[in-house]
Design a protein around this ligand. Structure first.
Ligand code: SF4
Ligand code: SF4
Length: 284
């Protein structure tokens, strides 16, 4: 296997991976989306809400705010252990981080401006679990309106609810393998494929049509060139066991951590599988 990093920043990583079977890459991708745990608000206790928004609406917005989870994964109990506690409203410290939100618009009715409470206004009981972004609006308060609430965040997995998924994008892309049959091609009289390609991947150079290898990753495999060719001279395939893989994080975990956790989870599932087979005497 060969991996080259094409792009990397704190929230996104794009890799060119060679010699990896699709089912292996897809397993890592799906575990990243659905199994890697993060913290998210799961229960909200309102003491005051005189805003025009329903409690449920504000609670739903709170649930979708990404919370930093790098430390929390090791610190808090697993989603499976804490789900029941959440349903029963028992908020123990080993399962939950508490985030308080309080705000009141003191301006006079008929005169004042609306006041917005943002994610940065959440006061956390655990500095390791706080909103990733400060400027996410939660609720707008009119004059004399007030909100006071306690939000409880716990570890969860994307398969239970998308709010716990650590990724906003986890996708693989095929890489084009374009063949030109020069015995059929009628360039330069015909340059239809060059004109048709929306990504400028084909070029007329040195009296023939060439594929620009420096741009091949941009090919969308739309097959416009193949379909427009009147002489059946161009064929678009894709490379076997070679992909562009992108992970974009919500900010709860770094892309590197998401990949590491996904592989660890996959390993433990395979271990469990083989141990079960051993216990049944199916394998030794
Ligand atoms: S498949 Fe589409 S993007 Fe790729 S070379 Fe052909 S026209 Fe261009
Ligand atoms: S459309 Fe077909 S014949 Fe025309 S230049 Fe492209 S490959 Fe050659």
């Amino acid at each position: 296997m060969e991996i080259n990093i094409l792009e990397k920043d704190p929230y996104r990583i794009t890799m060119h991976i060679k010699n990896i079977p699709l089912h292996v890459l897809n397993a890592i991708r799906r575990v990243s989306i659905a199994e890697v745990p993060t913290m998210a608000v799961d229960s909200v206790v309102f003491t005051i809400n005189s805003s025009v928004f329903y409690d449920e609406y504000i609670a739903h917005r709170l649930g979708l705010i990404p919370l930093t989870s790098e430390e929390a994964i090791n610190k808090y109990k697993s989603p499976e252990e804490c789900r029941e506690a959440s349903e029963k409203g028992v908020f123990s410290e080993d399962c939950f981080a508490k985030l308080d939100l309080e705000g009141r618009n003191e301006s006079e009715i008929g005169e004042g401006k609306p006041k917005v409470l943002y994610s940065k206004d959440l006061k956390t009981s655990d500095p390791d679990v706080k909103p990733v972004y400060d400027e996410i609006p939660i609720v707008v308060l009119g004059p004399k309106q007030e909100v006071r609430l306690e939000a409880y965040a716990r570890l969860g997995r994307g398969k239970e609810h998308a709010k716990w998924s650590p990724v906003s994008v986890a996708a693989h892309k095929y890489i084009a393998d374009i063949h030109i049959d020069y015995s059929r091609c009628r360039a330069p009289e015909c340059k239809l494929c060059v004109e048709a390609c929306p990504k400028n991947i084909l070029e007329f150079k040195d009296d023939r049509i060439i594929v620009r290898e420096d741009k091949i990753f941009d090919c969308t495999l739309c097959r416009e060139c193949e379909q427009l060719c009147p002489y059946d001279a161009i064929k678009v395939y894709w490379r076997k066991n070679e992909y562009i893989f992108t992970i974009e994080s919500t900010g709860a975990l770094s892309p590197k951590r998401i990949l590491l956790e996904a592989v660890k989870i996959l390993e433990s599932k395979l271990d469990e599988f083989i141990n079960e087979l051993r216990s049944k005497g199916i394998v030794k």
